[in-house]
Design a protein around this ligand. Structure first.
Ligand code: GLC
Ligand code: CA
Length: 559
């Protein structure tokens, strides 16, 4: 496989609203990101993925864009952005932006025109339909709960919104829309940014004729959104997008590809003709026990991740991640954020970080930030979760029951401000009131503490990044799984020419023993990373692994 910079990179996602407030108004901003670049550089980051900073009324925190070529005033100015880009490049790092083109804001000039009359030139830039039997055109549901259609009284039609009512879907069938989007994408690329994370891109095509969903009672239950996710015909739009924009630049692209299956990998991320360099797939994220009893299905996790690792071998490239701004915190979800907070956060890090693909770290993951538990729905911000709360309350579910879901799965878990130090507001903002609550555990969990503690989660991440860069086997080596049937150990190897690596993870709170999957290597300094003290640096005949223990070995193949 060809070597490229983005295969060797480690990416870090910044959610700017919660990263660093530079001017004390309680909202993170672009200058705040610039101020923290040395921190990211020192950690070893190569590429920063910046969540949206475009002009937006913030119904969905910037994922509802009202002007693609302007910066949200709360975040700063275009000059601030240009300065950020220069400073990122000056440190030898790269910057990719979020590209949100399945929908715009309802406050975008295009939509304002489109909604103004049925005869307007831009009417067809969005998806407008007549109602049916006194209700919406069909039974499709929004990913944020409730119908996927909103009635517009002025023109007596409905517009489609897969996400919130303030995020009308653009009509990709209209070539003028595609043209306008291509021009905008090229405008940013000409500015010198280094690529895009492409939002919700598997939703841009809808089934022709807009037929009802098959299961009218619970539309969101499997099969999930069959008429608005990865619908046949999407390939035309994606190939065109690639050809008219991405192909003409040395950039990286990562598509958010909900619903794309490994069988479609060649089209989506194939080395030769894939629409993107890599995609985020989400199959592994559903594999934890949502009842909160912490029983992760380790076997299912192995099956899913291994399917993607082996399925893309020699064909395409994976994007590796456990966290982003839409997921609850990994240490709370998959690990134990109390007794084994440190151990489990490190184990989870190493588990995904050394697979084949480009690893992504979400802000705060590198210090083991945890989920949060605010008492009232009024303490929460996420439009998706708030809709869910009000709709489920109307359906008769109790406050406790709904809040339990929000506490364990809500997207706001990962959107609390970054915990920099133990000063008020965790060093995120000088303001008394921040846009969203700070997790009360910041005096214990923060960057400043962890910089000083060589055994911290932060230092473990820093070592992981350095190790991945030192050892080509960890970048380009083939992935193989071992002990596939074991219920609580996840162990895999990587192999490249004469070098092998072994990653062995105890995904449980019990001591586990396991024979070596790669042979006994008595002599040698092969242990490169561990989260417990291990005196023997060779590979033992039998492993005795403590709760959430992880070890990473790199060794010669024929020793
Ligand atoms: C993606 C984003 C999410 C956003 C949605 C709509 O899934 O990651 O945060 O709400 O798209 O743009
Ligand atoms: Ca600010």
């Amino acid at each position: 496989m060809a070597k490229t910079w983005w295969k060797e990179a480690v990416c870090y996602q910044v959610y700017p609203r919660s990263f660093q407030d530079s001017n004390g108004d309680g909202v993170g901003d672009i200058k705040g990101v610039t101020q923290r670049l040395d921190y990211l550089k020192d950690l070893g980051i190569d590429v920063i993925w910046l969540s949206p900073v475009y002009q937006s009324p913030n119904d969905d925190n910037g994922y509802d864009i009202s002007d693609y070529q302007a910066i949200m005033s709360e975040f700063g100015t275009m000059d601030d952005f240009d300065e950020l880009l220069r400073e990122v490049h000056a440190r030898g790092m790269k910057l990719i932006m979020d590209l949100v083109i399945n929908h715009s804001s309802d406050e975008h000039a295009w939509f304002i025109e489109s909604r103004s009359s049925r005869k307007n030139d831009k009417r067809d830039w969005y998806i407008w339909r007549d109602g049916k039997d006194g209700g919406p055109p069909n039974n499709w549901e929004s990913i944020f709960s409730g119908p996927a259609w909103e009635y517009d009284i002025e023109t007596d039609q409905y517009y489609m919104h897969i996400f919130s009512t303030k995020q009308p879907d653009l009509n990709w069938e209209n070539f003028e829309v595609r043209d306008a989007l291509h021009n905008m994408v090229n405008w940013w690329l000409d500015k010198g940014i280094d690529g895009f994370r492409v939002d919700a891109i598997s939703h841009i095509k809808k089934t022709e004729g807009f037929p009802d969903m098959p299961n009218p009672d619970r539309h969101q239950v499997v099969p999930c959104f069959p008429h608005m996710m990865n619908v046949k015909g999407i390939e035309v739009f994606l190939s065109e997008l690639k050809k008219k924009t991405f192909d003409n630049y040395d950039i990286m692209t990562v598509g958010e590809a909900n619903g794309v299956r490994i069988e479609e990998a060649d089209e989506w991320v194939g080395e030769e003709k894939g629409y993107f360099n890599m995609i985020f797939q989400f199959e592994h994220l559903g594999l934890w026990n949502k009842n909160g009893d912490k029983q992760v299905d380790v076997r299912a996790l192995k099956e899913t991740l291994t399917k993607w690792q082996q399925g893309l071998e020699g064909r395409g490239w994976n994007a590796l991640f456990f966290e982003n701004h839409d997921q609850a915190r990994s240490v709370s979800t998959w690990g134990n954020d109390k007794e084994y907070w440190k151990e489990s956060a490190k184990m989870l890090g190493a588990l995904y970080f050394f697979m084949k693909g480009t690893p992504y770290i979400y802000q705060g993951q590198e210090i083991g930030m945890t989920n949060v538990k605010f008492p009232s729905i009024e303490d929460y911000d996420d439009v998706g979760m708030r809709n869910f709360y009000y709709i489920e309350t109307a359906n008769g579910r109790s406050h406790e029951e709904i809040m339990n879901i929000i506490w364990s799965q809500g997207r706001d878990n990962s959107r609390t401000p970054m915990q920099w130090d133990s000063s008020p507001n965790a060093g995120f903002s000088a303001n008394g009131s921040t846009w969203f609550g700070v997790n009360p555990n910041y005096p214990q969990i923060n960057v400043e503490h962890q910089l000083q503690d060589p055994t911290s989660i932060y230092h473990f991440y820093k070592q992981m990044i350095a190790l991945r860069k030192q050892e080509p086997v960890l970048q380009y080596g083939r992935y193989d799984i071992h002990f596939r049937e074991h219920p609580s150990i996840y162990t895999y190897t990587r192999e490249l020419e004469d070098t092998r690596a072994l990653i062995i993870c105890n995904f449980s709170e019990e001591v586990q023993t396991l024979p070596t999957p790669v042979g006994h290597l008595r002599e040698g300094d092969y242990l490169r990373l561990a989260n417990y003290d291990v005196s023997d640096k060779g590979i033992p005949q039998d492993f005795v692994l403590q709760p959430y223990e992880v070890r990473v070995y790199v060794f010669p193949k024929h020793s």
